[in-house]
Design a protein around this ligand. Sequence first.
Ligand SMILES: Cc1cc2nc3c(=O)[nH]c(=O)nc-3n(C[C@H](O)[C@H](O)[C@H](O)COP(=O)(O)OP(=O)(O)OC[C@H]3O[C@@H](n4cnc5c(N)ncnc54)[C@H](O)[C@@H]3O)c2cc1C
Length: 457
Amino acid sequence: MKKNLIKDLENLVGKDKIFSHIEDRFCYAYDATNNFYLPDAVVIPKSTEDVVKVVRYANQNKIPVVSRGLGSGYTGGSVPIKGGIVVSLEQMNKILEINKEKKYGIVESGVIASDFADEVKKEGLYYPPDPTSLEYSTLGGNVAECAGGLRGRKYGTTKNYVLGLEFVLSEGEVIKTGLLSSLDDDLYDLEGLLIASEGTLGIITKIAFRLTPLPSYSETVLAGFDRMEDAAQVVSDITKAGIVPSALEFIDGDTLDCVLEYISVDFVQKSDAVLLIEPEGEKDEVQKEMEMVRKICEKNNAKSIKSAETEDEKEKLWEVRRASSGALLRLAPTKVNEDVCVPPSQLPNLVKGLKKIGQDYRVTINTFGHAGDGNLHVNIMCDRTNSEQMERVDQAVEKLFDLTLKLGGTLSGEHGIGITKSKFLENEVGKLGIELMKKIKKAFDPQGILNPGKIFI
Ligand SMILES: Cc1cc2nc3c(=O)[nH]c(=O)nc-3n(C[C@H](O)[C@H](O)[C@H](O)COP(=O)(O)OP(=O)(O)OC[C@H]3O[C@@H](n4cnc5c(N)ncnc54)[C@H](O)[C@@H]3O)c2cc1C
């Protein structure tokens, strides 16, 4: 650690914005992967100017700087693996503007995603990106990971809503793009580069988002199946039929059992797999789609199709899906969560392949996820203190990635690369892809101080 680091930071931005005690730094040392590395200092900026001062100082002294939202990431992105300064954007949390007429919103990057979605709704507008972690992730973190979510099938992911960014480069310059600048649109797409850059190219301080009209009507059903393959086939058939529900979510039977022990929903039947399906839009169109969805479910041997009859029931069905991740921890203390994504038509093959991987490596695999996008969260339930078991888990993950790429898929549907997937990235993008991305990184961050050790090994 650099001599006088804490004193220098206090002089730059004020004592009240620095955490230096070990018990405070502990809280910024991990994310949802439970990888743990202590930062030397934590800065809680209140403005872009604070960020600029810290980054400029860090660059002059070659100190790593790791941006952090709320640490809900699943790939170790905000974990300071090389120490240095964590810049936690949690207090840059103001919603600066919601423009009803022009349908956009401008926020500081530490705003919690659900706070923004709720405020926008009050104005009769809609912010569709809906990661399951909506209530405990920031919009800056969502942009930096290009978060997907429960409504991605119909509405796309975070990147489809970004209209402009303000971000701080490694030498302390502030760049503004899109709606936040007067720059022409037909130049290099700088904000496109920042989206999904995982804190390696710049620190995002403000974001402008596109908003849409609030849909007028939706219906929600939970369909249960005796075989996972049948549920996967429904996803493939819905896609082939050209139906685009806003949500098409999959949960396997063991995960559902954990959820039903965790929250009480008496109208949901136990099944080997369930699909949560929600078309939304104009009433006529939604009802027509729902009729087709029912037929497809019946053709694929659905044993139950439960429609939500009240807002309360709808909320309960969503709770079943949102609780899936946490409820799984009833099965084992460690969850290795991979978010692979394949073309929806390949889901049945992915599901079949997962069963074989589970058997071959004697590991318990539970799945749920945004099946409509072909994006499954494959959770290997294990115990990180059992080294023999963890070796088999690592081998199973490798096989999972091989299978995903063979099926024409991608290693990360939405969680990014971080540290957990970096050694596999070349298999997907090739040597040339890696070299090109490294050159971009060098142009933005010549000394490599921004989130070092992430994405590339
Ligand atoms: C139970 C659970 C469910 C989840 N569900 C989903 C889901 O449905 N869809 C989905 O996509 N993800 C999901 N996630 C993963 C995670 O919530 C997302 O990746 C989210 O976008 C991370 O936001 P955060 O604010 O917590 O960022 P952090 O975890 O703090 O950081 C994530 C990455 O973004 C960078 N970063 C953060 N803020 C900034 C900034 N202002 N400027 C530059 N870089 C920054 C960090 O350096 C890091 O690399 C889930 C996680 C959990 C635990």
